[in-house]
Design a protein around this ligand. Structure first.
Ligand code: ADP
Length: 327
């Protein structure tokens, strides 16, 4: 029997950070290594077009994202790793889904509302129809499970709706997709610890997986730990959470000291910087090697992954074209 298909992707809008790692990539590697699934992972470059990146920066970050996924443990022998735009069927299926999706459903999406505030000079139609393209990403491969955090549940529900609207109109075809809700930590910004760590925040707020040990320590030294009014400091909690997840052997000691009010934040930051730098030591080397050699190894990997994804995508699209009467 074939294994259930799982798909997920990441936008090539900046180097991956430790929030992306703990919240997404690490989980994907675990799913991959469980051997239970047919896993597809892609670099969502079509989605990235909705943002404000320059063409040159985008071109570069697409390769960086692919290299970082591989360096982080996505094994192209086990997982179908590809670049979204290499498979034109994503855009074709998204167009067909646009025609069964009521526009009012898209205006309801909280991420659209948030992004419209964040980039108020560029509220393009792609921002609105983004979740339709996401539905196409998933259903093109007949995926039945998508690993998501809570923030993505609304989009996944829309994917289920779109499948239903399509099936009602053209006949039962797309499967029901379920969220694979992963219990992942939410990593907060270093300087504004009530905000989620995000590529869209400034450099000093984010620890990139590729940061060298000195940079990590420098950024952590500036991280906010204090708070006003005696409340639990969200910044300190965030650093403790990170130490726990990055396997700092001294986590218990720091957690106890924090409760007792005797914690030395300088020491915590030092221990955490080491734990993070150690976690990504091999990652940094592999990433650089792939990027130095980008025309050969990386291109070959992406070609193979793309060819495999394309076979699955072409099969689905051929059937969809027949169902909707395009042939
Ligand atoms: P960013 O906000 O940095 O642009 P994305 O929106 O591209 O990140 O998210 C890619 C994946 O990483 C998603 O699965 C998301 O849930 C996860 N992720 C992003 N930021 C964090 C964070 N701070 N903590 C935990 N997971 C995160």
């Amino acid at each position: 029997m074939s294994k259930p298909v799982i798909i997920s992707g990441i936008q090539p809008t900046g180097n991956l950070h430790i929030g992306n790692y703990l919240g997404a990539v690490k989980k994907w590697v675990e799913l991959q290594n469980s051997g239970k699934y047919d896993l597809y992972i892609f670099v969502a470059d079509l989605h990235a077009l909705t943002g404000n990146q320059t063409a040159d920066n985008r071109r570069h970050q697409i390769l960086v994202a692919a290299a970082e996924l591989i360096a982080a443990g996505i094994d192209p022998k086990k997982t179908t790793l590809f670049i979204q735009s290499h498979i034109p069927e994503h855009a074709e299926l998204a167009w067909i889904f646009n025609t069964v999706t009521p526009v009012a459903e898209l205006y309801r999406m909280t991420q659209f509302k948030d992004k419209s505030v964040n980039q108020d000079k560029n509220i393009n139609t792609g921002l609105l129809t983004y979740p339709v393209l996401q539905a196409a990403d998933v259903l093109l491969y007949k995926a039945t499970q998508v690993p998501v955090g809570l923030d993505q549940v609304q989009h996944l529900e829309l994917t289920r709706d779109i499948a239903r609207w399509f099936n009602n109109r053209y006949g039962e075809f797309f499967p029901e997709v379920k969220p694979l809700l992963t219990n992942v930590p939410k990593v907060m910004s270093l300087l504004e610890p009530t905000k989620k760590m995000s590529k869209s925040l400034g450099q000093g707020q984010v620890i990139e997986m590729a940061d060298d040990p000195d940079t990590i320590l420098k950024k952590l030294k500036k991280a906010i730990t204090a708070t006003e009014g005696g409340a639990k400091a969200p910044g300190a909690q965030n650093l403790l959470l990170l130490l726990e997840h990055f396997g700092g052997s001294n986590y218990q000691d720091f957690a106890k000291a924090e409760k007792a009010g005797t914690i030395q934040y300088g020491d915590l930051k030092q221990a955490l910087a080491e734990a993070i730098a150690d976690t990504f030591a091999a990652f940094r080397v592999r990433r650089q090697k792939l990027l130095d050699n980008e025309t050969d190894e990386l291109a070959a990997i992406l070609k193979t992954g793309g060819a495999k994804a394309r076979r699955a995508a072409e099969k689905t699209i051929a059937e969809v074209r027949t169902l909707v009467g395009l042939r």
